[in-house]
Design a protein around this ligand. Structure first.
Ligand code: GLA
Length: 385
């Protein structure tokens, strides 16, 4: 078990008993790019996670170490000075420690070892797991009393500082996830509700296209956000009550169709439709209507592919292969886009046949080995011991 490996590695290096924290990755059933438009999303925390072993060290140094990608240790002093580092993950810790210092939280020296099994750059939010888990761990260890809503905002700010202008979906999933449930989150009010996602006779399966993305260094994600903001700003000129696409009705949008670039119109239109898909998905799950769930997945994927233009040809291929298989009820790309996983609703008795066929056709057509993950919905961030 990875948690044990992390704990043992901490103990053998620092000869001290650590606090052990589990911080999960997330999936998203539907509601893509709606979070920063203050719309609806429906993510869930998963069993794949990052684990942190952490303990005070009575020094003025913060040592953070991993063997996650390539092994590296980064040391910060309490003023934020650090050694040169090469791992991308170091940027997140640097950004978080700076925000905590700016907010006048009383930091002390500690040692931290982390690692996990969330595939990086696969749309499963390894970075939100990293950021939320670390802030939670530091807060618990040093008794800083940072509540979950505040952790989410700090983690989001760290992402923004590194370059991804993300919303709050990933952070809320990582922090508020609950076993066997999705989180129906209203990103405007931040109200959230747990929705059971088990459909009798059906299984959820993730397929990693193995096309990796780094949304923080790829500006395509931020460009989508800019398009949406441009539309909001345009509409605000005649109605100052419009603060986000959440406040926009289809008729408002149609009324400015000829005044804005067609790409921006298409993107804003996608967001309005995606919000309504999230509400429909909630109803379909609550009434146990698997066919409707599958149809919504597919509709969402096609819209991401054609209107919001955030898929890749490999992700489109995985979805279209699935469409031809009896066992696959529906599937869609998941997360920020430009690579990563699809989420698939599959008839349980046909999982093996369907997935074998999907993987082998994908390999024949792309030469890439896709990976399959059985989906286990787990709890949000918590202390293990
Ligand atoms: C990334 C971002 C989220 C969200 C999704 C797309 O995961 O971090 O805030 O925008 O993409 O739904």
């Amino acid at each position: 078990m990875i948690a044990e490996v992390i704990k043992n590695s901490f103990q053998s290096k620092y000869n001290n008993r650590p606090l052990l924290i589990k911080s999960p990755g997330r999936i998203n059933l539907i509601g893509e790019h709606t979070d920063y438009n203050l719309g609806f999303v429906m993510p869930a925390a998963i069993e794949k996670a990052i684990y942190f072993a952490i303990q005070e060290n009575d020094s003025k140094h913060i040592n953070i170490e991993t063997f996650l990608t390539s092994p590296e240790q980064i040391t910060f002093d309490l003023n934020g000075k650090t050694n040169e580092f090469s791992s991308f993950w170091g940027n997140y810790f640097k950004a978080i420690l700076k925000i905590l210092r700016d907010k006048k939280y009383n930091l002390k020296g500690f040692d931290c070892v982390f690692g996990g099994d969330i595939p990086i750059g696969s749309g499963l939010s390894s970075s939100a797991a990293l950021c939320c888990g670390f802030i939670y761990a530091v807060s618990e260890l040093l008794d800083l009393g940072i509540n979950k809503a505040e952790i989410a905002l700090i983690a989001q700010k760290a992402e923004h500082n590194i370059g991804l202008n993300c919303g709050l979906m990933d952070q809320y999933a990582v922090l508020y996830g609950k076993k066997s449930n999705a989180l129906f989150l209203d990103c405007k009010t931040l109200d959230h509700k747990h929705i059971p996602i088990n459909l009798h006779g059906y299984s959820w399966v993730l397929i990693n296209s193995n096309i990796k993305h780094n949304l923080a260094v790829d500006s395509e994600y931020n460009k989508r956000r800019e398009s949406c903001e441009l539309v909001v700003n345009h509409l605000r000129q005649s109605n100052t009550e419009i603060n986000s696409l959440r406040d926009v009705k289809l008729a408002d949008l149609n009324s400015i169709k000829n005044e804005i670039p067609s790409t921006d119109f298409k993107r804003a239109n996608y967001i309005l439709e995606e919000n309504s898909r999230v509400e429909k998905m909630k109803n379909a799950l609550e009434s146990g209507n698997a066919n409707k769930v599958g149809a919504l997945l597919l509709e969402g994927h096609n819209a991401m592919s054609k209107e919001y233009e955030i898929t890749t040809k490999e992700l489109d291929l995985l979805v279209s292969i699935g469409q031809k298989l009896k066992g696959v009820i529906g599937s869609r790309m998941m997360g920020g886009g430009f690579g990563g996983c699809t989420i698939n609703l599959v008839k349980t008795n046909l999982v093996e046949d369907s997935i074998t066929s999907l993987i082998s056709t994908y390999k024949e057509e792309t030469g890439i080995d896709a990976e399959v993950y059985e989906l286990h919905i787990g709890d949000g961030v918590h202390i293990i011991s």
